[in-house]
Design a protein around this ligand. Structure first.
Ligand SMILES: NC(=O)c1ccc[n+]([C@@H]2O[C@H](COP(=O)([O-])OP(=O)(O)OC[C@H]3O[C@@H](n4cnc5c(N)ncnc54)[C@H](OP(=O)(O)O)[C@@H]3O)[C@@H](O)[C@H]2O)c1
Length: 424
């Protein structure tokens, strides 16, 4: 059963994979900050509301549910329409980035249909009313992206055709099965449902780290990316834009308050093992919104970072102490500690298969402690900051200054991050 509401009446380093993974490192670091000798890793139908105006025209009656049987579409036809006549289906609308994407698309005048769960957000803490308020300006459709039939019924009940699908879906838990369920299957469901109801363009929020896929969620994302590209190859009437951002601000803010309260800034190795060009939620949302109409973003994989130079953990720490007006105090931890933790988890998972996710989280943490979130040059095998495009205006320094003033409000921890916190 699907229920859809209008938000006109009345939207977090989260646990999706990359976000979680970076956070895992961050929480690991917090453990290290507590003690320089960490012992172990913690273990209806739609009620179209008045003010909301959809383009109600369907291109053709719906015949079938697979992309190959989808409504015939013309690649750029919707780009000639007025934004108010362009229907955009957003999945993952209640996530850290998804909420900003919905706001940005609404601001640009599109008809935004936001798919949400009845209990959304981290640990399902937002009820319908809160979700409606968070997604103000969008038509909120309560449905289930994990089940194709349900999703298709919901979209059918909307009674309108879809022009564009934007996916900001990601597993909140970051575990192996959930990654495949959300980053692959649910995302594919949104492609299938969108295609069935006319979508001729798909904007995918992916991650730059899929360039070097060592983790399950990266493999799940890559599988979907490949199928999305194949869909465009097979059908001239269909296009995509795959957005692969570098690190989000929230993923780098985990130590700010601890350092503010006198703890050292913890980094792995010499603090130069990795680097990134962090991008804010709103700058990324703006880039994603650009992908709806910009012809130069059609059928492209788009790595994207924030403004300014790439920053190593060492430079991020120096920045933080500069803002605090204090002498830097660093705790440099050998990366081998992460390797040890992963080794223990890998051993345990052989005895206790149910620890599969814990072992994966260890790998995720290790990955983000050492791999840069920058363009990987296939020729040299090196990360390249200069080749990593920049977008937007918000800087990490401004973000750190804000967190120092106001705390990490709006940057809530995911389920597993929360668990790790409680072990402190
Ligand atoms: N963190 C980083 O630094 C970073 C960097 C580059 C790329 N990325 C990528 O950015 C993407 C989005 O990140 P984010 O932080 O915005 O994600 P997020 O806050 O965890 O949001 C995930 C979204 O997916 C939905 N979702 C998850 N499981 C679901 C389920 N079982 N059924 C229905 N919906 C479900 C959530 O809905 P609910 O609200 O109902 O749970 C939410 O809307 C991820 O793919 C990540 O890999 C992250």
């Amino acid at each position: 059963m699907s229920l859809c509401f209008s938000s006109n009446l009345c939207t977090i380093n989260s646990a999706r994979h990359q976000s979680f993974s970076i956070r895992f490192s961050s929480q690991f670091i917090k453990l290290l900050q507590v003690s320089p000798f960490p012992h172990a890793l913690p273990s209806s139908s739609l009620n179209l509301s008045e003010p909301f105006k959809f383009s109600k025209k369907r291109i053709k009656p719906i015949a079938a549910s697979t992309p190959t049987q989808a409504i015939e579409t013309t690649p750029s036809a919707f780009r000639n329409k007025n934004p108010k006549d362009i229907n955009i289906l957003v999945v993952g609308s209640t996530g850290y980035i998804g909420k900003f994407v919905v706001t940005e698309l609404v601001k640009r005048g599109f008809n935004v249909i936001a798919i949400a769960r009845e209990k959304s957000g981290i640990r399902g803490k937002s009820d319908k009313e809160e979700t409606l308020a968070q997604l103000h300006g969008a038509k909120v459709c309560f449905s289930d992206v994990a089940h194709l039939d349900t999703l298709e019924t919901s979209v059918n009940d909307l009674g309108v055709s879809i022009d564009v699908v934007v996916s900001c879906l990601a597993s909140r838990g970051g575990g192996v099965k959930d990654s495949w369920k959300i980053d692959y299957e649910a995302t594919k469901n949104s492609l299938l449902a969108g295609r069935k109801y006319g979508a001729s363009h798909f904007v995918l929020l992916s991650a730059i780290c899929v360039q070097k896929p060592l983790l399950e969620f990266q493999r799940a994302k890559l599988k979907f990316e490949a199928e999305l590209m194949k869909e465009a190859e097979d059908d001239d009437g269909f296009t995509y834009s795959i957005v692969r951002p570098t690190a989000f601000f929230k993923s780098l803010g985990g130590q700010v308050e601890l350092v503010k309260h006198g703890k050292p800034y913890v980094m792995f190795g010499d603090g130069k093992l990795c680097a990134c060009k962090p991008i804010s939620e709103s700058d990324l949302a703006s880039f994603i919104a650009d992908c709806v109409l910009s012809e130069d973003k059609i059928n492209k994989v788009l790595p994207i970072g924030g403004p300014g130079k790439a920053l190593t953990p060492l430079e991020q720490g120096e920045m933080l102490f500069r803002l605090l007006g204090r002498e830097p105090k660093f705790l440099k931890v050998p990366i081998g500690i992460m390797d040890f933790a992963i080794g223990v988890l890998d051993f345990l998972v052989k005895i206790f298969p149910s620890m599969e996710d814990a072992a994966e989280f260890g790998k995720i943490g290790r990955y983000y402690a050492a791999e840069s979130m920058l363009i990987l040059d296939p020729e040299t095998g090196e990360y390249n900051a200069e080749k990593t495009p920049s977008y937007g205006n918000d800087t990490l320094e401004e973000f750190f200054a804000k967190v120092l003033r106001e705390g990490m409000a709006g940057q809530e921890l995911g389920i597993l991050e929360g668990l790790i916190w409680t072990t402190r």
